[in-house]
Design a protein around this ligand. Sequence first.
Ligand SMILES: Nc1ncnc2c1ncn2[C@@H]1O[C@H](COP(=O)(O)OP(=O)(O)OP(=O)(O)O)[C@@H](O)[C@H]1O
Ligand SMILES: [Mg+2]
Length: 354
Amino acid sequence: MVTYCYINKLKLHNFRNYLSFELDSGGSSVVIAGNNGTGKTNILEAISLLAKSNGMKKAKTTEMQNKFANEDWVVHYNFFNGVEFNSIGIAKGYNKKLVQIDNKMQLSYLSLYKISNVIWFIPQMDHILIKSPSERLKFLDRIASMFENNYTSAYMKYRKAKYERSKLLRDGILDKLWLSSLENIMATMAIDIFHMRSSVLSLIQNVINTAVSFPKANLKITSQLNSDDTVKYYQNLLAKNREKDLLTGRVSFGVHNDNFQVFCQKRNIPINLCSTGEQKLLLLSIILSSVKARCIYYNKAPILLLDDIMSHLDEQHRKLLLEEIIHIKCQTWITDVDQDNFCHYRDFFKFFDL
Ligand SMILES: Nc1ncnc2c1ncn2[C@@H]1O[C@H](COP(=O)(O)OP(=O)(O)OP(=O)(O)O)[C@@H](O)[C@H]1O
Ligand SMILES: [Mg+2]
């Protein structure tokens, strides 16, 4: 049985444009409507802090501080984790964020990731899939981390070892033992990352293929690694490439070079040849299918944040999107300048006018 997490009460104190703000969702999905600059996105940003320490806008802690308040900002969430309620507090600390769960101060942000799961679509992501390969890969990494608890830590270890190996080569410290211990970490993590990426993509593709109403995407990843490559094989390759990597200043082989591509299934054309609206629909289809895949394969629904979602969508697709959200049943927070987009769905959302 799928468990649904949700935010019941949200309180903002000195956060962005809010000095003091409180919202009670009653556990249902929420539509926040209001004119430009009234603070709709800021509310979603506060929720996104549950999933990423710098939030969906990748902002600095100081940027979130209300410019006119003297006291530090605090966000408080009354959060249902699918089994019980947690009282969660995130606050601006001296040089990092402070996290409190059920009145206990947490040593690391990671304890939050274990209980909360939030995914978002914001206007800045509109063209993410036609941007650079590294942006597309970051998007895939974000999705994969939603499924695999170990993904983020594997990726962080891989990047750290890759950085340290490059530094040793650059500084001319050709200590074989040191280099091969770093290459061993890189190889072990890379193989894990490769398998996690492939399995998450195939789960999502399965869900996309069975969807009936929403435009479908074909997801493709090409990698320098093969599914039967072993840690030893990859580690040997890294050792062999030391000289080449030193000359080029980059690591020539690895999962950081993976190429994640999206195609429109119906016409079999790459997403960059699709119209603005079609691109947005394909990206939404991947996000909604990831949420569904998480419900089907992991029995746990994340919270979904959709900022300013209706722009560029025609009436038929706005309707399809809302029906899909209602069908998925996860708590969804939507912002829009216009409540009229939701007039036929009043029973499914709680409305807040800013
Ligand atoms: N640190 C801050 N201190 C005070 N105000 C801030 C801070 N950061 C942002 N703001 C202000 O908060 C206001 C609301 O921003 P927000 O992005 O939430 O608006 P919005 O309702 O989403 O608007 P739009 O419909 O244009 O997307 C803006 O006027 C912005 O300048
Ligand atoms: Mg906004």
